[in-house]
Write a protein that binds this ligand. Structure first.
Ligand SMILES: NC(=O)c1ccc[n+]([C@@H]2O[C@H](COP(=O)([O-])OP(=O)(O)OC[C@H]3O[C@@H](n4cnc5c(N)ncnc54)[C@H](OP(=O)(O)O)[C@@H]3O)[C@@H](O)[C@H]2O)c1
Length: 285
């Protein structure tokens, strides 16, 4: 029987427990007509996996394979044409269900459900095999290694939606502030925005992380622990575009209060700070 890694009890209070790993067996994969079986080659960690071990994540449960991100080879398929075309391909896995392509948000009234260690979508990538609907895999980009490809989906999709889809400001010459650059989503957002030639500023509690961010394409950075970070950031902005076009924020804190004052006024609604150019909260997908 194939193996996987889950967490095990006894149950503990949120934040007061650190669940142990549990090596489990999962059923021999038997794909339905429309399904594919992926043999995992790599899986990636996300901050939510730490929260799961601490019982700080909604739906945390025992006995379900951990982790939402993975890359692997399709080794078996169901009989449908859609499933069969994946045979032998190297794929990345869609980490969640309930949201296909609506730009407004999840089509499923119950929302977007992420796999890995939860009862809401009881599958996970810390396993030898995973069986999925054929529509839940994508071909892995050739230029990415297995490990790089597996680290892309969950944090990458979140960052893409915030930076590219919702902010609409990942464009040459635009000023974007990305807060908490030590975070997984923030790092992806930096790479997307810098690749689009936006001028990216970052915040962090660590000078070292700001320096690393500059190596990845950031123009400058400020330490959010300093009281007057907003003044320092204002002084860094170019004279010909002295305000921010967008803030990509996943941390909250005083960025809502101070950051809004640094945002440009919307050209469509000049009397308000425009939400198209406004604070984007990553906690809301
Ligand atoms: N990870 C995902 O795939 C995912 C998916 C959907 C939604 N989200 C949401 O996106 C947000 C970020 O998630 P993540 O997984 O990338 O988080 P993470 O890796 O835990 O990063 C969080 C970062 O927040 C920064 N931070 C802490 N206090 C701050 C403050 N007062 N001001 C500014 N920054 C502060 C820290 O940056 P420094 O280390 O630089 O100090 C920290 O590294 C969360 O709200 C999460 O719920 C995440």
């Amino acid at each position: 029987m194939p193996k996987a890694v889950a967490i095990k009890g006894p149950a503990g209070k949120p934040g007061q427990v650190y669940y142990e790993f549990d090596k489990i067996t999962i059923p021999e994969p038997q794909p339905k007509d429309s399904e594919v079986v992926v043999k995992l080659l790599s899986a990636a960690l996300n901050h939510r996996d730490l929260f799961i071990r601490q019982n700080l994540y909604p739906g945390t449960t025992f006995g379900v394979p951990l982790l939402a991100d993975g890359c692997g080879i399709v080794v078996k398929t169901g009989s449908s044409q859609e499933a069969k075309r994946w045979q032998g391909k190297r794929v990345i896995i869609n980490p969640g269900i309930g949201w296909k392509d609506d730009l407004e948000g999840p089509e499923d009234p119950q929302g977007y459900k992420i796999m890995g260690g939860t009862k809401v979508y009881p599958k996970g990538t810390l396993a030898e095999f995973i069986t999925l609907e054929a529509g839940e895999v994508e071909e892995a980009p050739e230029h990415l290694s297995n490990i790089e490809a597996s680290a892309l989906p969950l944090a990458g999709l979140t960052a893409w939606r915030a930076t590219i889809t919702k902010s609409g400001n990942a464009k040459p010459g635009r000023n974007i502030l990305i807060t908490g650059i030590g975070g997984g989503v923030a790092l992806m957002a930096l790479m997307f925005a810098a690749a689009a030639d936006a001028r990216v500023y970052v915040s962090s509690g660590s000078e070292e992380k700001i320096e690393q961010a500059k190596k990845l394409g950031a123009t400058g950075g400020i330490n959010y622990k300093e009281k007057d970070w907003d003044k320092k950031l204002r002084a860094m902005l170019p004279k010909d575009r002295p305000l921010l076009d967008a803030i990509i924020d996943g941390a909250g804190g005083d960025v809502v209060d101070k950051g809004v004052r640094l945002l440009r006024v919307c050209s469509v609604h000049p009397r308000i700070k425009c939400f198209n150019a406004g604070v984007i909260s990553l906690t809301i997908h």
